[in-house]
Design a protein around this ligand. Structure first.
Ligand code: ADP
Ligand code: ADP
Ligand code: ZN
Length: 214
């Protein structure tokens, strides 16, 4: 299975990707997680990306496409993968199509989680993420079993630097201007599945698995 989870920042992509990993035993490829790891490692790429991320802007396509090219070439992607937070521009989507066609693979489904802007701010400001595995929780809507501890790996939960009401506005702007046009792109490709992302986490998961079994 070659899958993609798609949606606005805070729509629930990472949350649902975790259930896809468990079910299909394929890796999640989150460009956001890869960029945050590069920042933690203080690599040149990380330092360049940091300014864009802190401002809620998209990191340039050339950087992102390079990351994906390297990641998809790794062995664990041979049995399939879940793209999370990539692509976010038409240029990235076109580069992905070319890359996948060169690898002789195709995209099976794009799971789009539809959540209106009014709900996004609350989701993002209440988000807590695992400092180690990147899993995502919410103080009210999806709390971890133990406070501030990750359910999956027991590491500490933290608040992302860009998860504040101010940055959310520019991230939503970038989503509507640059990313939302991809809905049309993947609908035309015949792989688009649009889900109501406002339902409870478990209901969205059930809808997603129903769509994938068809
Ligand atoms: P994304 O990866 O799309 O940015 P996340 O999966 O990190 O989004 O989810 C954003 C926030 O919303 C997190 O705090 C998460 O726990 C919470 N969340 C995810 N799905 C739902 C849902 N269906 N209902 C309510 N809150 C959710
Ligand atoms: P969210 O979905 O909650 O916005 P991500 O972790 O996917 O969070 O992304 C965090 C930030 O990393 C984005 O605001 C952007 O600056 C950068 N980023 C991640 N993926 C991409 C991408 N595919 N293209 C450009 N920038 C990206
Ligand atoms: Zn964890």
């Amino acid at each position: 299975m070659n899958l993609m989870v798609f949606g606005a920042p805070g729509a629930g992509k990472g949350t649902q990707a975790k259930f896809l990993i468990e079910k299909y035993d394929i890796p999640q490829i989150s460009t956001g997680d890869i960029l945050r790891a590069a920042i933690a490692d203080k690599t040149d790429m990380g330092m360049e990306a940091k300014n864009f991320m802190d401002a809620g802007k998209l990191v340039p396509d050339s950087t992102i496409i390079g990351i994906i090219k390297d990641r998809l070439a790794q062995d664990d992607c041979k049995k399939g993968f879940i793209l999370d937070g990539f692509p976010r521009t038409l240029g990235q989507a076109e580069a992905l199509s070319e890359l996948m066609s060169n690898m002789n693979i195709s995209l099976d489904k794009v799971i789009s989680l539809n959540v209106p802007d009014e709900l996004i701010v609350g989701r993002i400001t209440g988000r807590r993420v695992c400092s180690s595995c990147g899993a995502s929780f919410h103080v009210d809507f999806n709390p971890s079993k133990k406070e501030d501890i990750c359910d999956y790996c027991e590491s500490e939960l933290i608040i992302r630097k860009d998860d504040n009401a101010e940055t959310v506005k520019s991230r939503l702007g970038a989503y509507h201007d640059q990313t939302a046009p991809l809905i049309d792109f993947y609908t035309k490709m015949g792989v688009m599945v649009e889900l109501d992302g406002t339902k409870d986490v478990s209901e969205v998961t059930a809808d997603m698995f129903t769509a994938l079994s068809k």
